[in-house]
Design a protein around this ligand. Structure first.
Ligand SMILES: Cc1ncc(COP(=O)(O)O)c(C=O)c1O
Length: 382
């Protein structure tokens, strides 16, 4: 395909100069014949990499059996996947509402918080990113100034600093319905909000009766090397949202509820057509099964440590983040490093921080792949 031909797609995405033909494991095959090592994972989606046989088998099996069925009809696969997901996270988050995207999961979490608390204010963190819908965009740092588009926010929002546990009480008060936080901020630069801050938010929410929501759309589903960041930091939210790697490319998201929250819900509080579709549930089940049976969490931890030690070369001055949500701090603009790496057939991401190169690789990445990255980085001037 000639990419210069006039496109019928809405021109809303900046695109990299690579047309993908197919993928295999951690490799992308471009239409022009290049083989590109992927450290970006389709923006944190391809946790198992491309074309994983268990994922493919689950899709095919479920498509043949029953590709779609409404939530009005019970199905075993829906129940089984919910049980598997809540067991994977543990922490008493054992009620699952299936939906389709990260923003939709956050939207429903916020709606429940308003309903349960009867309050109208949300506290989010500076530099946080939660999605493009009316509520998720309203709690996204900088959205109003850049792209929000709706005439006004649908509820009150304040943004607290992401690095100041002592300031939490100034923001979270008896009017607060919910605090929403990415435990490791993705777009914000693979930035660890960190345990002291998460603990301070947990404690303050308990003091004032607000609900704590972890947006684990990007940092969850094994990306930290633990099932979720909630496990990684040992802090339990009242609600947790998951998407991206949950489906490894098939659209699926989930809102997980604590028992305290779940006891408040009743028929019609939430709804969806496609959420909880059998294909989505079959892939979610297969993804968790694969992460567990192939010991991928241990691999994420081991290879993440290796990245931290071997990629401090060339323009990289520091590595931040957790597991396979890493930010390489660069001495020159990250975009220029990204472009230089792509010329060497390595795909990476950037972030809202112009000096952070973001890595979101598949959990099957190995140390040999990292050697290729560190070698390429070492050839880029600082
Ligand atoms: C932390 C976080 N929350 C929410 C979203 C929105 O997810 P979706 O694009 O599936 O609506 C994203 C997407 O990048 C994200 O990174």
């Amino acid at each position: 395909m000639d990419l210069t031909v006039i496109s019928h797609l809405a021109q809303v995405f900046a695109q990299y100069p690579v047309e993908v033909a197919h993928g295999e494991g951690v490799w992308l095959h471009a239409r022009d014949g290049r083989k590109i090592l992927d450290f970006y994972g389709g923006h944190a989606v391809a946790g198992l990499g491309y074309g994983h046989p268990r994922w493919l088998a689950a899709l095919e099996r479920q498509a043949r059996q029953m590709a779609f069925q409404t939530n009005a009809l019970p199905m075993a696969i829906r129940e089984r996947a919910a049980a598997r997901l809540s067991k994977f996270v543990g922490l008493g988050l054992d009620t699952v509402f299936w939906i389709n995207s990260g923003a939709e999961a956050n939207e429903n979490a916020l709606k429940l918080a308003f309903k349960i608390t009867g309050r109208a204010k949300v506290i989010a963190l500076q530099h946080g990113w939660h999605g493009r819908t009316a509520a998720a965009g309203a709690v996204t740092w900088g959205a109003l100034e850049k792209w929000y588009g709706f005439p006004r926010r649908p509820f009150d929002v304040e943004f607290a600093p992401r690095d100041n546990p002592a300031a939490v009480a100034q923001f979270v008060d008896a009017d607060t319905a919910a605090v929403i936080v990415e435990p490791v901020q993705g777009v914000g630069g693979a930035y660890e909000v960190g345990k002291p801050m998460l603990q301070a938010l947990r404690q303050r929410c308990d003091e004032v009766g607000a609900l704590l929501i972890f947006d684990e759309v990007q940092c969850g589903m094994g990306r930290t090397g633990a099932p979720f960041a909630a496990n990684f930091y040992g802090v339990t939210p009242d609600m947790l949202t998951a998407a991206k790697a949950l489906g490894n490319g098939f659209p699926v998201s989930a809102l997980l509820l604590s028992r305290g929250v779940a006891q408040h819900i009743k028929n019609d509080d939430m709804g969806t057509t496609f959420g909880g579709g059998p294909m989505a549930c079959a892939v979610a089940e297969a993804v968790i099964e694969t992460i567990e049976s192939e010991a991928l969490l241990a691999n994420v931890r081991q290879v993440s440590t290796y990245i931290r030690s071997s990629c401090l070369v060339g323009p990289v001055t520091r590595v931040q983040g957790a597991g396979f949500l890493l930010g390489l701090k660069t001495s020159r603009p990250a975009k220029t490093v990204q472009a230089a790496l792509l010329e060497k057939n390595i795909l990476t991401g950037t972030s809202a921080d112009p000096h952070i190169l973001r890595l979101l690789p598949a959990y099957i990445l190995n140390e040999g792949h990292v050697d290729r990255l560190s070698d390429a980085l070492s050839k880029i001037p600082a």
